[in-house]
Design a protein around this ligand. Sequence first.
Ligand code: ADP
Length: 523
Amino acid sequence: MSATTPTYGRQQVYGYLKRYFGFDDFRLGQADVIRSVLGGREAIAVLPTGGGKSLCYQLPAILMPGTSLVISPLIALMRDQVMALRQRGIPAASIDSTQDYAEREAVEQAFVEGKLKLLYVSPERLATQRFLDMLNLVEVPFVAVDEAHCVLRWGHEFREAYLGIRPFLEHLKPRHVGAFTATATPQLRSELAETLGLEDPDVYVRGFFRPNLNLEQEKMDSEDARHKKLLELVANREGDAPALIYAATRQATEDAAAMLCRAGLNASYYHGGCDPEYRTQAQDEFVNDELDALVATNAFGMGIDKPDLRLLVHLSLPRSFEDYYQEVGRAGRDGLDSQVATLWRGADYRTQSFLIDQQPDSRYREAAMRRLNRMYDALRSTHCMWKRILEYFGDPDVAELDRGCNACASCVSPTREIRVLDGVELEQCKALLTCVQQLDGRFGRTRIVKILKGSKAKGVPDWPDSYGALAKVRVAQLESFAQELLDGGYLEVAGSEYPTLGIAARGRAALEGAEEIALAMPT
Ligand code: ADP
C-alpha cells in the first residue's frame, strides 16, 4: 500500500453498501476484491455472470475521491449500469459512439468539472488525444477493466482495442486498478495480468458453484431421439416460464421449434437471421411467459434477466466451458431448483471441429480446439460435472465437492461406483497404460485402441510392442477403459489441436505397482 493510499473503515464500507445498494452483506468474493482495490493492490476478480462484479468496482469508486473510469466493451452494458447508478443517486455517465454532439459534450463537461463518480468508456476511447487531454484536468484514482478476458488474443471474445489498455495505464498510473471477468482459466489469468501490465495482482475466483442448477447430459444416437427427448423435457417442465433451448445453427433452431409446434406446444425460434420484428416478438413472448419454449442460437441471452427459467437445454455440444457456463447461468437466477440438460451427439463434435478448422489463424484454432476438447471430455465423463466446471475456472471451492455436489446427474443418480481393479480388468488396463507410455503423446484414443486391437486399418502402426495385445477385448470396452483412466487421472490429454493421450504420474505409479487402479465402473 502506498503512503498516499487513504484507508477506508469497515463501517464506512458497509454503510455505503447499505445506503447506495441496499444490501446488508457482500456476496462470496466481493469483500475480498473490494479490500484489495481500496488497499491499492492490483486485483483480478473472476466472478461468474450475475455474481456481482459491478458492485466490486462501483462501491470503491463511490468511496474514493475523484472520478473512476470503467472500461467496458459493450455500449448496452454501459448504459444499463449508468442508468442504475443514477437511479441510486450516483453521478455516472458514459461516452459512447451512439451519442450526438450535444450529449457527448454535456458528459465531457461534467467529467472535467469533476462532477462524476464514474465514467464508462469503450477501450477505443483511450487512444484518442481528446480523451487523454481531458484526463489532465481530472483526478482519476481508479481504473476498472470490465470483461477483462477481451484482452486475451486467442480467447473466445478478443477485442483488439483492449491491447491499448496497458499503455494507457502506464501513461495514467492510477493508484488503483482492477480487472473483472466471468471467465479466465488459471493459465489464462497470468496471460491476462501480463497483457494488462499488472505485476503482482491479487486474484480472486469465487462463486462458480450454483447448487440449484441440476446438470445432466445425455448422448443421443440420432436427431430424432434428440427431438423426442427435448419434447419430453419441455412438456414436463416445472413452472410457467418457457424452456430456453440452445442449438448450434439457425436451421437447428427452426427445426426444433417446428417439431415442438407439431407436437402441440407453443414454441418459437431466435437467431441472427430472423427479421428484427420477429425477433422482438419472440423475445417479448419469452419474457411474458407466452411460450412453452424458445429455441435460439447463442445470439440470444445478452441482457435477458429472467429470473425464473426452470429448464435450459443444449441441443448441441457447447463450444467451450465458457459458453456452457454462461448459458447455463441463465437458468434459476432466483435460486430455485432448475434443470439443465445437454443432449449431445458425436456428430456435434465433428461439426464444431470442422468449423474451427476453417479459422485462418493456427493459434486461434489450437486454443479453440483445446476449449472444445475440455468440454467434450467433461460431457463424456461420468464424474461430477460441477467439479469439472470449478476445476476449469480454478474456483477453490472445488475442494468442498469431494463428496459429491448433489446437483449433477453423476452425483444424484450415479450409474457407476469407484472400484479397485484386479484380475483380468487390471491386466487389461495395465496393457493400455503400457501402450500409451510407449507411444507417449503421439496418438489419440481411437488409434491407441486400434493398436491394442491389432487393427490393419490405414494409419495404424504395427511396430509398437502392444500391437494386438488386447485383440480379443471389445472396442467399446477398451474405449471405456481409456475414458475412465483419463477421468481417474492415470492418463492425460497431451496434444491440443489433435488431442493425444499421454501417461500421467498416477498412471506411471500404477504401472510400477506403487498405486492401485481404481476406476468408476458401472454398478
Ligand atoms: P455481474 O456483473 O457479475 O454479472 P451484477 O453486478 O450485474 O453481476 O450483479 C448481479 C445481481 O446481483 C444484481 O442484481 C445485483 O444487484 C445483485 N447483487 C450484487 N451484489 C449483491 C449483494 N452483495 N447482495 C445482494 N445482491 C447483490
